[in-house]
Design a protein around this ligand. Structure first.
Ligand SMILES: Cc1cc2nc3c(=O)[nH]c(=O)nc-3n(C[C@H](O)[C@H](O)[C@H](O)COP(=O)(O)OP(=O)(O)OC[C@H]3O[C@@H](n4cnc5c(N)ncnc54)[C@H](O)[C@@H]3O)c2cc1C
Length: 323
């Protein structure tokens, strides 16, 4: 009995440990240009990419969002691409975001627009980046929707929060993604308590060192629950972004305890993940939004999705060798 228990525990530890190693390797690969070349120029079948990405064009994403809207689910439009290196690239991304907002107005789809600040030049020109975000927030507000700011690697967190706080004064519908795994996040939220921040709460998807980020699943879940409750007490219109049923159930309980109704918060998920749960929540009368990525720069996004669930890897590798 004791022996079999020990064997079982070793198997669980090994499984967890190997998943962690595979996950870390994939997050490392997500940031390596040479691996990217190998994968994107390899035989990667479209089936792997299209499972998580709506398509190469804005029109592909609009079609996907129309289908979601027909099932009572809103969209979060995401133009793939990050880490733009120069002003020309940032200007081009801005124009693409602007075009997205125009098409939202024309097609009347129910969607917000998510932006990555490194696509708008955060790494080399913070001033220009702020101007771009301000203009996008104004355009979105003018057509009755709003901008959501993604959170990226830890080196950009301070600037991203600064920009949110700066623009939130003029655009209180702006939403900021905050990563639960970062040890600093509870303090960042406390610092924003007086402005009742509108936050998208996510576990966090990047490879970060242990001194700044929690690594154990249980610790991340506990911090997720704590911060969810915080958002219902002190935030505005919380966006709980997870596919984890236990954490979603916690959000429902936190909403009830704070006297919030179903319309006062949102559950957000990613395109292609837990579609059953997305539909069930919408049918049950909850506000649900799905993050819909589109564009040709899908590589880092796809690798992060693989890292979250190494079980996807078998599917991915089979497609890579064309089987
Ligand atoms: C709307 C939205 C926006 C996001 N924005 C950001 C952002 O700005 N910055 C950032 O760092 N991260 C962002 N993320 C990603 C987030 O940080 C997590 O990496 C991701 O959501 C997976 O964590 P989870 O909470 O779903 O929990 P997990 O513990 O990873 O997953 C819970 C369950 O969901 C299912 N699942 C999860 N992932 C997958 C997958 N890839 N394939 C198949 N099944 C899966 C499985 O059933 C799993 O058991 C966002 C996520 C969402 C939903």
């Amino acid at each position: 009995m004791a022996l079999s228990l020990q064997v079982e525990q070793t198997a669980v530890t090994w499984e967890w440990g190997s998943a962690l190693i595979v996950g870390r390797a994939l997050l490392w690969a997500a940031e390596k240009k040479r691996v990217q070349k190998l994968v994107t120029e390899g035989k990667l079948s479209r089936s792997v990419v299209t499972r998580f990405v709506a398509g190469d064009t804005l029109e592909d994403a609009i079609t996907a969002i129309k289908e979601l809207n027909a099932r009572g689910i809103g969209g979060i439009l995401d133009l793939l691409g990050e880490g733009v290196q120069d002003a020309v690239g940032a200007g081009a991304a801005f124009e693409e975001y602007l075009l997205s907002i125009r098409r939202i107005e024309e097609t009347k789809i129910d969607t917000t627009v998510s932006i990555k600040l490194t696509q708008l030049g955060l790494a080399f020109d913070k001033g220009a980046c702020i101007d771009y975000v301000r203009r996008l927030a104004a355009e979105a507000q003018a057509i009755g929707t709003y901008v959501e700011i993604d959170m990226e690697q830890s080196e950009y967190v301070t600037d991203t929060i600064d920009i949110y706080k700066h623009l939130q004064k003029d655009f209180d519908d702006l939403r900021l993604a905050l990563q639960v795994y970062l040890r600093r996040t509870p303090g960042d939220l406390e610092d924003m308590a007086t402005i009742a921040p509108k936050v998208r709460l996510v576990k966090g998807a990047y490879k970060e060192p242990e001194d700044i980020a929690l690594e154990k699943g249980k610790e991340i879940d506990a911090q997720f629950r704590f911060l969810t409750t915080w958002l219902f007490d002190k935030g505005a219109d919380p966006g709980i972004a997870t596919h984890d049923s236990d954490l979603i159930a916690h959000a429902h309980r936190a909403a009830q305890s704070s006297g919030s109704d179903k319309g006062s918060y949102e559950i957000q998920m990613l395109y292609g993940i837990r579609r059953d749960l997305q539909e069930q929540l919408a049918t049950d009368g909850y506000r649900v939004r799905t993050y819909v990525p589109f564009g040709s720069a899908w590589y880092p996004y796809l690798m992060r999705r693989m890292a979250e669930r190494p079980a996807n890897l078998r599917f991915f590798l089979r497609a890579l060798v064309g089987k």
